[in-house]
Write a protein that binds this ligand. Structure first.
Ligand code: FAD
Length: 457
């Protein structure tokens, strides 16, 4: 190790840090273990120390010191990403953002805040003003808002408001660059794409502004069906402008085995739609369930669901489904599948016929650029990487797009390509390539690791 830690520490004097091995190891991990493939590659990647700035001024001091001593920096929020986004590939520091939790302004239709605040705390604060966030991941109680913008893409609320990258959802990002004399760059409007979903490779986001909507007393609903197709068609029927719906998540009957607390309302043998429904839409929701051959087994608002000690619908949606399965059985993992629109169930029918024992169906509805879309996060019984990629290839032969959840790079994962806009901004925000090195593309990973991506410790 040739890095000058003494010089670095002297430059950041007064700023909280730790090099206690236990803490450093813990803070170097996220939920990459969802993927046996990533688990193999990332489980021994550790930073050298964790630095926890409390203010933007401290972030600037740390950024300057990292640039001066050429120390790699991996920002970290809650560490709930599941592609190893917050795992340092080549050591350096973990920049723990969770001390930066100030809310700066709440106005009609927007909030401005620091980025280390937990999403649940942020949403609670926003509710006091009679408003709510447009969307959040199912990890809202562990994840930070900065981590969601940098590592996430969509979530609960997306069926109503679209995905994070859609116009107007994120209104501005304030970024500290990784230079000897760090600059502050504010991105607004379409420029947000320069740093959104960049895995902390394009500057340190210290503040952001998000759009809000008037709060709704969302009810957690479950509708049950005998046939999976009925459940999907019910979900399609719910995708209407005049319905107040925040979540539509369809899961195979096979998921019932993972939800002990829900046996009465999600019994074995029934496929389920987990939903969040506005009070004005409950009647239509119930009627539509009946029209599609099903019935509603649960409808409770937040207070009622808490009193009943049942999990909220969102903890049975998005990647929380995978978590519930993994809690019971570590041999499951998952895929992320998008379909050509409009959705044609033929691909799923074929996959079920060919791999039915290895796949459990799970579909989510979301809007993207105003259009409703259906995508899938099926559970997959993991045997070998070869088998996983064989199943991936089969989905793609059938016209689907699989976003690889088993790689740690942006280009080979959700983006499917190197983003020239982000790479151009990186040259500005991180001229020495110190930010989360190796995460932009396989080619960068090979360069920083001095070998293939498989050559990790
Ligand atoms: P971290 O994991 O700490 O960081 C994520 C990335 O952001 C890292 O690359 C990190 O370097 C970078 N980063 C963090 N803070 C900053 C900052 N201030 N400036 C620059 N870069 C920064 N994701 C979804 O999109 N939708 C879902 O519904 C969803 N459901 C999930 C369910 C489960 C059970 C799990 C385990 C994960 C899920 N995820 C989901 C993924 C993840 O939880 C979310 O994306 C989450 O918002 C990440 O926030 P975090 O604070 O934990 O970020």
């Amino acid at each position: 190790e040739t890095l000058n830690w003494a010089g670095f520490l002297s430059d950041i004097e007064g700023i909280a840090f730790t090099d206690a091995p236990q803490t450093v190891k813990l803070k170097s991990r996220d939920y990459f273990w969802y993927s046996p493939i990533l688990n193999q590659k990332l489980r021994k990647c550790w930073a050298h120390m964790v630095v926890s700035p409390k203010t933007e001024a401290e972030v600037i001091t740390v950024a300057a010191a990292c640039a001066k001593w050429r120390i790699p920096v991996t920002p970290r929020g809650g560490g709930t990403g599941n592609y190893g986004q917050a795992v340092p590939l080549v050591g350096g520091i973990i920049l723990d953002m969770t001390q930066m939790t100030r809310i700066l302004e709440i106005g009609t239709g927007f909030i401005r805040c620091e980025t280390g605040i937990l999403i649940a705390d942020l949403d609670d604060a926003v509710h006091v003003s009679g408003q709510e966030l447009l969307m959040w991941p199912s990890t809202r109680s562990q994840a930070t808002i900065g981590g969601f913008i940098s590592g996430g893409s969509a979530g609960i609320g997306s069926v109503r408001h679209g995905v994070l990258r859609d116009d107007g959802n994120v209104r501005s990002l304030r970024i500290v660059t990784l230079e000897e004399t760090p600059r502050i760059i504010t991105l607004e409007g379409p420029d947000i794409q320069k740093a959104h979903h960049a895995y902390g490779t394009n500057g340190i986001i210290t503040e952001l502004e998000l759009a809000l909507q008037p709060a709704v007393d969302w009810h957690h609903g479950i509708a049950l069906f005998d046939e999976y197709t009925q459940a999907v068609q019910f979900g399609e029927a719910l995708c209407r402008e005049d319905y107040d719906i925040y979540l539509i998540s369809v899961v195979d009957k096979g998921f019932a085995q993972f939800y002990d607390k829900l046996t009465d309302v999600f019994p074995e043998g029934k496929h389920a739609v987990f939903s969040m429904v506005g009070p004005d839409t409950i009647e239509a929701f119930t009627a539509d369930a009946a029209t599609h051959g099903g019935h509603v087994s649960l409808m409770m608002n937040d207070t009622e669901i808490e009193q009943a000690k049942l999990p909220p619908a969102y903890e049975c949606s998005y990647n929380h489904t995978t978590l519930q399965a993994l809690k019971k059985d570590r041999s499951w993992t998952y895929l992320q599948v998008a379909y050509p629109q409009p959705y044609d169930p033929a691909a799923d029918t074929t996959m079920l016929a060919e791999y039915g024992d290895d796949l459990l169906r799970h579909h989510e509805f979301a809007r993207e650029r105003g259009e409703y879309q259906l995508f899938a996060i099926p559970l997959l019984k993991f045997t070998t990487a070869e088998k996983l990629y064989e199943i991936t290839a089969r989905y793609e032969e059938l016209g689907c797009t699989v976003f690889d959840a088993h790689v740690y790079t942006i280009a080979e994962g959700g983006m499917k390509q190197v983003d020239p806009v982000q790479m151009a901004f990186k040259a500005e925000a991180d001229p020495y390539g110190l930010m989360n090195p190796g995460k932009t593309s396989e080619a960068e990973a090979v360069a920083v690791l001095g070998g293939s991506g498989d050559a990790l410790p």
